[in-house]
Design a binder for this molecule. Structure first.
Ligand code: KG4
Ligand code: ZN
Length: 354
């Protein structure tokens, strides 16, 4: 089964063709990062305009790279949330147009769910069925989630952030350090050769309530404030490359430590953990997870680097596992869901099919 996936939830215009939920025949990502850099963040209006300009070329390229025509495809898939409404709507409208034109069924995909399954698109990963059940860590620019995954579509959120997401913490920290946008890769790079123990920044973790089911809480606003105060007290640090390296490494360590702390409790010895989302590109996070998994006999499924940040391979890959749950006429009536949660899909689907 060959599926064309389309992803436009934020600032990447992406399309991919994936066979049987596993084999990536093509994956094209047009990043808008240069357009947003002068503003130090993603500007929704700029993003949606760029999606409109790029989407046709990106889809054409994904089709030609995969060597397929419309008649070779079995279905279409598109991200319908969460994300920026004005960005999501470009992908959904385009996909709906193609569905009407070709008669192919259109599957709607939750962006967070796609990140969650991206590790299983790695050529050496086990099949999804044999890996279930597992705990997933989804770390991106908008979310920090720990999730118990019993089956495709069955999610229990056991950890989340009270304020900023881990990726946001990287982005805001980089801004304070005078590093370029996006901040995650900039801090990852600036931390090279720095001492992660040079400055002890606060670890943003707390215990939630068992009654509401969210046991593991993250919080990054205090970390950002601690960096701001540090720079106020030591203003010369920004002029010195070795101080910047130490600050970047220490700040990064605080985020990685907080993630590891809850992951360790949630997964336990001999457990299974899948990790996806843009922050899972972070080299220190990957290294610390791998060391811990080796020590604790944990089966670790890390998203392969090309599938960590936003891409359409994960959208088409997930749709294969969901095929049949929603398509055709229902998708024609669907709207974008900018605030979609990982555990709110059934609810929003019910709304669509009424
Ligand atoms: O998953 P993603 O591409 O988009 C969202 O769904 O949000 O994640 C983007 C986030 C940004 O905050 C970016 O700074 C972060 O991922 N990121 C990283 C790295 N590469 C991207 N964070 C830490 N280290 C990296 N190497
Ligand atoms: Zn994402």
């Amino acid at each position: 089964m060959k599926i064309l996936g389309i992803e436009t939830s934020c600032d990447e215009t992406a399309a991919a063709v994936v066979e049987d939920g596993r084999r990536i025949l093509s994956s094209v990502i047009h990043t808008q990062v240069d357009l947003h850099r002068p503003y130090g963040g993603v500007v929704p209006e700029v993003a949606s305009r760029a999606h409109v300009e790029q989407i046709q070329a990106v889809v054409d390229r994904a089709m030609s790279d995969a060597g397929v025509t419309w008649s070779d495809l079995d279905a279409l898939a598109v991200t319908y949330g969460p994300g920026l409404a004005t960005s999501l709507i470009v992908g959904l409208s385009f996909a709906r147009g193609v569905a009407l034109d070709t008669g192919l069924p259109l599957y709607l995909v939750n962006h967070l769910e796609a990140h969650l399954y991206s590790p299983f698109l790695a050529p050496d990963a086990p099949s999804l069925d044999t890996a279930l059940p597992f705990v997933a860590l989804v770390v991106s620019g908008g979310h920090t989630l720990l999730v118990r995954v019993a089956a495709v579509g069955s999610y229990q959120i056991i950890g989340e952030s009270l304020d900023d997401a881990a990726g946001e913490a990287f982005d805001k920290g980089a801004k304070l350090l005078g590093l370029s946008f996006p901040g995650g890769p900039a801090i990852d790079h600036a931390a090279e050769g720095g001492d992660p123990n040079a400055i002890r920044f606060p670890r943003g973790t707390g215990r939630g309530s068992d009654a509401v089911g969210i046991k593991y809480l993250f919080s990054y606003s205090g970390l950002k404030t601690a960096l701001r105060y540090h720079l106020r007290d030591y203003p010369d640090a920004l002029g010195d490359p070795s101080s910047i390296a130490n600050l970047a490494a220490s700040y990064q360590e605080a985020i990685v430590d907080s993630l590891l702390q809850h992951v360790r409790s949630a997964v336990g010895r001999g457990g299974r953990l899948a990790v996806g989302g843009g922050v899972s590109l972070n080299r220190r996070l990957r290294q610390r997870l791998q060391e811990w998994a080796g020590r604790e006999d944990v089966s670790l499924f890390l998203s392969p680097p090309p599938l960590c940040a936003d891409n359409a391979g994960m959208v088409a890959g997930l749709a294969f596992h969901e095929a049949g749950r929603l398509g055709g006429a229902a998708a024609e009536l669907a709207d974008v869901e900018p605030g979609l949660r990982l555990d709110s899909k059934e609810e929003s689907w019910a709304k669509i099919t009424v």
